[in-house]
Design a protein around this ligand. Structure first.
Ligand code: 2RA
Length: 352
């Protein structure tokens, strides 16, 4: 029959994408599918693969017949409930930040380190942050062949990475400036937003419409943000390079969904653009969009809703022979969240 899988947080933003992904699969390995959410959403009916499912409230008993529980809930809920799911006999695949850096919890991107999924002393497997994930499939392929040594990254992160409230705010800001001749003096955009009645308090810390904001996540030590440290720590853990040199600058851009990254990656040996193209072409979850005569390159608006990692602008850095520069786009709600979590669960199902 096949294992029973549960989506915990089935009615949330990522949980809903998870259901879309399941519906789009030709076949699924599941003997049963269970939808779990807060008591507020319990009783709601949702169609999954042509069958109506009733959402059940999160409780210890909800996990009794579950083999694999995929968690798409905030950190504090995962921290509390993933161990409960494990106690009740399930493997927890967690998309929050609660367990990512726990040495007893593998951090898995199936294309890169699927083998880690079987080493899970706590019964929990973590899914990386969407910013790290957006480049991992591409980077993992290059690392396998050329040995990654140093990584310098700038991100261009979509509003949806910060949740529904952030999406609503970006849409409201765009509406507030649309059709207006907003000036280009300092403060003009902020004034236009206040004039349109938007609260000054914003999830982005500064206006995002007509702007870019070099701040994602929360403040950490020495001027770094939580997002920048996640890129460093998670890349090291996933790739299995504890001393990888990493520096990241994370920037929010006025895009609704799909994160992009400019990657400057240095390897143990020289890598040509032709070699990188060959590797990207051969990687099943990477789409190479890089005809220099094009112009041809991925953009968030061009790839949103897609499952692969899209790579373009591959260049050998002129002054650094062992270094490649390239641009990556990945849908932060799909490969960056729901899809990778689902692929980990599929990996577990095929190992049973
Ligand atoms: C963001 N990567 O884009 C984060 C979400 N976890 O804000």
């Amino acid at each position: 029959e096949g294992p029973t899988v549960a989506i915990v947080g089935a009615t949330g933003a990522v949980g809903s994408v998870m259901i879309e992904i399941m519906n789009a699969r030709e076949t699924v390995p599941w003997g049963g599918i269970k939808l779990i959410a807060s008591p507020r959403s319990a009783g709601k009916k949702i169609d999954v693969r042509g069958v109506e499912h009733t959402v059940v409230a999160l409780s210890p008993e909800a996990f009794d017949d579950v083999d694999i529980a995929m968690f798409d809930v905030p950190d504090e809920l995962s921290a509390q409930w993933a161990p409960v799911a494990v106690e009740r006999g399930a493997v927890a695949v967690d998309n929050s930040g609660a367990f990512r850096m726990d040495p007893e919890v593998p951090l898995v991107v199936p294309e890169v380190n699927a083998h880690r999924a079987s080493e899970r002393p706590k019964g929990i497997i973590a899914n990386p942050n969407c910013t790290t994930l957006s480049m991992m499939a591409a980077l993992g392929e290059l690392h396998r062949e050329f040995g990654l040594r140093e990584l310098v990254v700038s991100s261009y992160q979509a509003a949806s990475g910060s949740g529904q409230e952030a999406i609503d705010r970006l849409r409201a800001e765009i509406e507030a400036v649309a059709g207006k001749q907003v000036g280009d003096r300092a403060g003009d955009v902020a004034e236009a937003l206040v004039a349109a009645g938007l609260p000054e308090e914003t999830p982005f810390k500064a206006p995002l419409a007509l702007n870019v904001v070099p701040w994602c996540g929360s403040r950490k030590e020495d001027g770094w943000t939580s997002e920048e440290l996640k890129v460093r720590n998670e890349s090291r853990k996933i790739l299995g390079i504890p001393d990888l040199k990493v520096s990241a600058t994370c920037v929010r851009v006025p895009v609704v969904t799909t994160h992009s990254l400019a990657v400057h990656a240095t390897f143990d040996r020289e890598v040509s653009v032709a070699q990188a193209h060959r590797i990207f072409d051969g990687a099943s979850s990477v789409v190479l969009q890089d005809d220099p005569d094009g112009p041809d390159f991925p953009t968030p608006a061009g790839v949103v809703g897609g499952e692969p990692t899209y790579v373009g602008r591959v260049r050998q850095a002129v002054d650094f022979p062992n270094t490649l520069d390239f641009f990556v786009c990945g849908d932060n709600l799909r490969k960056g969240a729901a899809l990778n979590t689902y692929e980990i669960a599929e990996t577990l199902a095929s190992a049973e």
